[in-house]
Structure formats: structure tokens, C-alpha cells
Design a protein around this ligand. Structure first.
Ligand code: CDP
Length: 203
């Protein structure tokens, strides 16, 4: 028997982290936020490490060693994420994780297209730039009240563009992914809609 893989992709602050975690808890599946892998390498890069060797030597503990939510780490993550060798180094780890029984939820940018192209369920969560930036603004305000909404909008826009236009595994919805626009949904409504869709497909 093989594991049930749920791939949840989408742009920054589309709600994919919160939705993925909630779905994994409801189904009692394993959960991997693949953005953390790129953020941890981005953090090492900011400390002066060379990104390709940082990716090769990445350890699971590294994911807890930094304040990975910081905007400068998000920016560095999207820069190193464009390097093909960095992405290739992370493939095995992500694919091994997806084989955990009884199933795994992975969220990122290329899960349904490159990491787990044969995932049983593929979701692409999106929302307007304004809705996403406002959500990220509220989240980041908890730790840094000096951040301005305009700065977050610019950062997310720049990251979206870089993630969509890179030649290696650009962010794109898989052709067989179900697209959800969460602009007008509360987080609980988004979880309910996605869970309803998934339940109908795994029972
Ligand atoms: O939480 P948020 O959506 O803002 O970002 P994240 O998922 O933590 O990802 C940070 C950055 O890592 C993204 O902007 C992408 O450049 C990169 N990433 C990627 O290229 N592929 C993935 N599977 C996950 C993240």
C-alpha cells in the first residue's frame, strides 16, 4: 500500500500553511511546510554560506534554529529557490517525506508539478495580492509593529514575480489541480472548502 499524498501549492500568504496544517490534523496525516526548507537555506545564505552547499548539508534541526518568518529571510529564500542545484538537493527529502504512512500533506510552490506529480489530490490556493499582503501584515505585526503594509505588498509582489518566472520549477498550478481563491474567505471557510473537496476524493 502506498501513502496518500495531498499537494497544496500557491503564492505567498494564500493561506496554504494554515489550511495544510489543519487538513493534516483532521486526517491525521504527516505535514511538511516545504517553504521552511528554502527559508532555512535563505537564512544560512544571509549568514554567508554558499546556497548549494547549504542545501546539501541542510539538517532537520536547521528548520527550528532561525526566526524563519522574517521578511528578509523570505526574500533570501526566493532568491536561492531559483537555483536549480538547490532545488535538486531537496527533492529526495521531500519525496521520502511524502511516502510516510498513512499519508502526507506537503505545501509549497512545485509539489503538484515536480515534487509529487502523481499526488492523489492537488490543490492550488490563491488570493488577490491585496488580501494576501494584508494577512501577512497582520501576522508580522505580532512580532514587528514597525512593518508597513506598502512594504509587505512590494515584497510579496517581487517574490511572486521571481517565483513565477524562474526557469527551474516555476510556481504554477498543475493542470490537474483544483484552484481555490481564498480572497473572500475567512481561514475557517477556506479550511472547510478544501477539506470538503478532499474528503469526497479519499473516501
Ligand atoms: O509562507 P510563504 O508562502 O510566504 O512562503 P514559503 O512557502 O515559506 O516560501 C518561501 C519561498 O521559498 C518562496 O517565495 C519560494 O521562492 C520558495 N519555495 C519554493 O521555491 N518552492 C517550495 N516548494 C516552497 C517554497
Amino acid at each position: 500500500m502506498s501513502s496518500i499524498v495531498i499537494a497544496i501549492d500557491g503564492p505567498a500568504a494564500s493561506g496554504k500553511g494554515t489550511v495544510s496544517k489543519a487538513i493534516s490534523e483532521k486526517l491525521q496525516f504527516h505535514y511538511l511546510d516545504t517553504g521552511k526548507l528554502y527559508r532555512a537555506i535563505g537564512a544560512k545564505y544571509l549568514e554567508g554560506d554558499e546556497p548549494i552547499s547549504a542545501a546539501k548539508n541542510l539538517k532537520y534541526e536547521d528548520l527550528d534554529n532561525y526566526d524563519l518568518q522574517k521578511p528578509e529571510i523570505a526574500k533570501a529564500a526566493s532568491e536561492i529557490a531559483a537555483i536549480q542545484e538547490v532545488r535538486a538537493s531537496l527533492l529526495n527529502f521531500q519525496r521520502n517525506f511524502s511516502r510516510k504512512m498513512p499519508g502526507a500533506v506537503l505545501d509549497g510552490r512545485d509539489i503538484g508539478t515536480i515534487v509529487c506529480p502523481s499526488a492523489k489530490i492537488k490543490i492550488f490556493l490563491t488570493a488577490s495580492l491585496e488580501a494576501r499582503a494584508y494577512r501577512r501584515y497582520l501576522e508580522l505585526q505580532k512580532t514587528n509593529s514597525e512593518l508597513k503594509l506598502e512594504f509587505i505588498i512590494d515584497q510579496i509582489k517581487e517574490r511572486d514575480e521571481r517565483d513565477q518566472t524562474r526557469s527551474s520549477s516555476p510556481m504554477v498550478a498543475a493542470s490537474d489541480a483544483k484552484i481555490f481563491d481564498t480572497s473572500e474567505l475567512s481561514i475557517n471557510e477556506a479550511i472547510d472548502e478544501v477539506y470538503f473537496y478532499i474528503q469526497a476524493r479519499i473516501n
